[in-house]
Design a protein around this ligand. Structure first.
Ligand code: SF4
Ligand code: SF4
Length: 287
């Protein structure tokens, strides 16, 4: 645990300024992500240096299909997420507090050293929401760049502008998950909003980060031609036809077990639609 960045003191606690939730947190309480706590009038990042998941993955599993293809990355995660998607496949680590999982102390130096010793060319911050453990990601990413390693962000992209800008110089690639091109779906099913996500994708792309976009198609929720067309049109309107787009298949999980898996035909139709809009690289995932 270390003192967090991006907060301001209030009369009875602090306000966290890391993500658009801007949680007001009273003494002894935590923010929505469960991983930032107010103590003694300050804010603490509780999971700093305590990853709960560590693995070696093919970079295509992130998914990134056009960034260092054929290589493997060290995948790392701490608990916490500022979204609460009802279909979350990683709810056992994203929707819990740090003390509710097993974790291992691992300094940023040890993470980078592990990567070098295994001759892995990149580190992926993944599985939960890396922005909720911003300080740990930042320290590892800065050190990794010093040693010639690449940094990969796998995220829902729900972060404030300033912390994003500060970490941007260290990010080489990102896969950002757009849940739906619909703010009501974001609010009702994910506990967040759409606009900051879209703005952040554009900011990353403008900064020269290699960006790929994922869209999980949930049966009957965001898989209509209207939803898919809106995403494709937004990409075209914002000059992103070269950004690889991944349509991912949904499976019943967590708090959404009654809805059946996305039919394969829906994914194939989505891909054909995206190609017809001029999106150049369209991939299907979980299928
Ligand atoms: S990072 Fe966590 S504590 Fe901070 S505003 Fe977002 S949800 Fe709240
Ligand atoms: S953003 Fe990702 S990790 Fe967070 S709740 Fe949604 S699916 Fe789970």
């Amino acid at each position: 645990m270390i003192e967090a960045r991006y907060f301001t003191a209030t009369g009875d606690g602090v306000q966290c300024l890391l993500c658009p939730h801007r949680c007001r947190i009273r003494e002894g309480a935590r923010g929505i992500c469960r991983s930032r706590e107010c103590r003694g009038g300050s804010l603490y990042a509780l999971s700093y240096g305590m990853p709960c998941a560590l693995a070696v993955d093919p970079v295509e599993k992130k998914p990134l299909n056009r960034f260092m293809p054929g290589t493997r990355c060290l995948s790392l995660s701490c608990t916490g997420c500022n979204l609460s998607c009802r279909w979350c496949q990683n709810s056992d680590i994203s929707q819990v507090a740090p003390e509710e999982t097993d974790s291992t102390p691992l300094s940023p130096e040890a993470v980078v050293d592990m990567c070098l010793r295994r001759r892995l060319p990149s580190i992926a911050y993944t599985y939960t929401e890396p922005f909720t453990w911003w300080e740990y990601m930042y320290d590892i990413a800065a050190l990794a760049h010093d040693k010639g390693l690449k940094n990969i962000l796998v995220s829902a992209g729900y972060v404030e502008k300033e912390p994003l800008q500060e970490i941007l110089p260290y990010l080489d690639a990102a896969n950002i998950d757009i849940k739906a091109m619909d703010n009501d779906i974001y609010r009702k099913y994910c506990g967040a909003t759409l606009a900051p996500v879209l703005e952040n994708i554009l900011a990353m792309h403008k900064a020269g980060v290699h960006v790929e976009i994922t869209n999980l198609l949930v049966t009957g929720l965001n898989d209509s031609d209207g939803h898919i067309g809106k995403l494709c049109q937004w990409m075209v309107d914002n000059h992103l036809p070269d950004v690889p787009l991944h349509f991912s298949r949904y499976f019943p999980w967590y708090r959404m077990k009654a809805t059946g898996p996305t039919p394969a035909a829906t994914l194939i139709r989505a891909r054909e639609m995206a190609l017809s809009y001029g999106i150049k690289d369209v991939f299907l995932g979980n299928i």
